[in-house]
Design a protein around this ligand. Structure first.
Ligand code: RIB
Ligand code: CA
Length: 326
């Protein structure tokens, strides 16, 4: 059994919460820490939600509070119609923000410093699993560029690469995590660490149907009940916005790639992110097979982009992981 030492960088977030549960229950993942970032809600709320989730599912895992705003742009507003007023589907939370009340530990360091110190303490071993805006990772790189050589790998949920015509979910050109801090994302894609992007091209084809969620609720004990309760507002959003009686599996797909990369097909090549203009946040890969010169790409490292997956296999993996742990 291979163990993955993971720092989970997240903006919880309904699907972030589901992905945290997946990691905690997976026998090959050792969570070293959870770093919060703005995104689906304000940094105050995403950090409070991370404390709640850690207290409930991973009480020994420290939380480090991360960036409140993007590197350059203004912070986006919260998304109550997608993730609920509290960011985690309006499930009941303990009052206040005291970590002890959640049974969790708040590390005194800012997230990017926690990332640097943890990577340096475990050279070559740490996977950064990032499923929110990439701001904390970019800040860590800026403060200590050498960590790019010390990280084992980076797996992100982010981007839309035009496979099957997949363009974006917050604009006709951009996916939310990249759109929310495109400058950070361009730095993260350009660093010399091995990175895999699990973007909308595959996550929007990985769908937990209403039937799947009901079966999880009925068969997977308290975990299944939690997934059901936390996903009600999120499910309603998919129904009203897309007529989809189910939910896209965004952040848990990054976890699935980490533990079962064989379920995915990837394409190599450098990636750029547009940082201005009407297509701001667009992710563009130059496939390694493309022979034409493209100076804005050619000086950058090749990264991996998921272009297809065994979608049923990913859904089976999530379900089997929760059932096995129950
Ligand atoms: O575009 C989907 C991504 O944006 C997910 O990570 C979701 O949680 C939001 O952050
Ligand atoms: Ca997220």
């Amino acid at each position: 059994m291979s163990m993955h030492k993971v720092i989970y960088d997240t903006d919880p977030g309904v699907d972030d919460a589901m992905a945290l549960l997946f990691q905690v229950r997976h026998p090959e993942i050792e969570l070293l820490g959870i770093t919060s970032v703005f995104g689906n809600a304000t940094i105050e709320d995403t950090t409070r939600n991370a404390l709640f989730l850690a207290g409930r599912f991973a009480p020994h895992v420290p939380i480090a509070r991360g960036a409140a705003t993007p590197l350059v742009r203004e912070a986006p507003g919260p998304l109550p119609f997608i993730h609920g007023n509290n960011g985690v589907g309006d499930i009941e939370l303990p009052a206040g923000t005291d970590p002890a009340a959640f049974g969790a530990t708040l590390d005194p360091r800012p997230a990017h410093r926690f990332i640097i110190d943890t990577v340096r303490a475990n050279p070559g071993e740490v996977t950064l699993l990032a499923v929110g805006p990439m701001t904390n990772l970019a800040l860590a790189l800026a403060e200590d560029p050498e960590i790019a050589k010390l990280v084992k790998q980076v797996v992100i949920m982010g981007g839309a690469f035009g496979i099957h015509g997949t363009l974006g979910n917050v604009s006709p050109a951009a996916e939310a995590n990249i759109f929310n801090d495109p400058h950070a994302a361009d730095l993260v894609f350009g660093a010399t660490w091995p990175l895999t992007a699990v973007g909308l091209d595959v996550t929007q084809l990985t769908i937990m149907s209403a039937g799947y969620l009901k079966a999880l609720r009925d068969e997977a004990g308290a975990d299944g009940q939690f997934v059901w309760e936390v996903s009600r507002v999120y499910h309603d959003f998919h129904l009203s916005s897309e007529g989809l009686d189910g939910i896209y599996v965004h952040d848990s797909s990054a976890v699935a790639f980490l533990v079962r990369p064989d379920l995915y097909t990837v394409r190599g090549g450098p990636v750029r992110v547009l940082t201005e203009g009407i297509a701001i946040g667009q992710t563009i890969q130059k496939p390694s097979t493309m022979p034409v010169p493209a100076p804005e790409w050619d000086t950058r490292p090749s990264q991996s982009v998921c272009i297809a997956a065994d979608y049923a296999g990913v859904l089976d993996l999530y379900r089997a992981t929760l059932l096995a742990a129950g």
